[in-house]
Design a protein around this ligand. Sequence first.
Ligand code: ATP
Length: 299
Amino acid sequence: MRYMEVVRTRAHGKINLGLDVLRKREDGYHEVRTIMQRVGLYDGIEIQCLGNLGAMRHIGIETNLKYLPANENNLAYRAAELLMDEFGITESIHIKIRKMIPVAAGMGGGSADAAAVLKGINRMFDLHLTEAELMERSIKLGADVPYCVMGGTALAEGIGEILTPIPPMPECIIVLAKPSISVSTRIVYGNLNVDEIKNHPDIDGMIDSIYRNDLRGMAGRLGNVLEEVTVAEYPVIGEIKQIMLNMGALNAVMSGSGPTVFGVFDDVYIAKNAYMALKSNRECRQVYITDGGNGDERY
Ligand code: ATP
């Protein structure tokens, strides 16, 4: 099979500008209504084709974080395997992941890597799959992977796989802070009692604000029903939100199932001050300053 020797790409993280849970389905999954927004923060992905090594096809994984799986438990491995099995690709590959997106943090890092690998393998072996065809296959890897294939800004419904693209969020600066705790998505959803949710975010109002390019309208509607569950258990999330607000964020909220908190700023100097304050705060493990990351995915 003809192939490119190396493909390099970026796997962008996401934040949830608004996240509502409508109900728990009989199969145990939760039906959500959420606005996903890509951020500039990304993992670097390099896929190298090693050619046909004979006996057995091999998919190698290498990451800069020792505690991440470097085998079939890595979503990047499973993404490569999915397409290579379907198209009978017998060449071996090696995938290097330079992890920047906080792990198990509500920023969809694993899903982003999987989506980048699907696109990378498509390019490397010239499979001619369209974005829609990649999205269709990607749902097997996780509910957020179809969104990561598409990127940009989107309303996600169902379990997150029914996607409607919307215009990019208004221009702003995002400060991300992850406290030194790990939160399991499964446990957060498990502890959520949908009937007891008091404040549902105004997702439709937020979509209107985005269409009107109204940053304050959008920021005023940031909301996440999972925050109540997580803040109750980890008060540090509420504390980080308060620091962001005190430092001049238009608003701040937890992303996905947490624990990453993001603040939305309209002034770069104010955002940098907040970033510096959070950087020197002992409660914060990783702090980043970024934007909607609408640049090219190749580098
Ligand atoms: P989401 O926002 O979709 O809930 P998340 O931020 O909770 O995602 P991830 O960072 O994707 O979670 O990682 C969750 C778990 O998945 C990790 O604990 C890790 O062991 C495993 N994992 C497998 N592959 C990857 C990968 N490529 N990057 C990060 N984690 C991975």
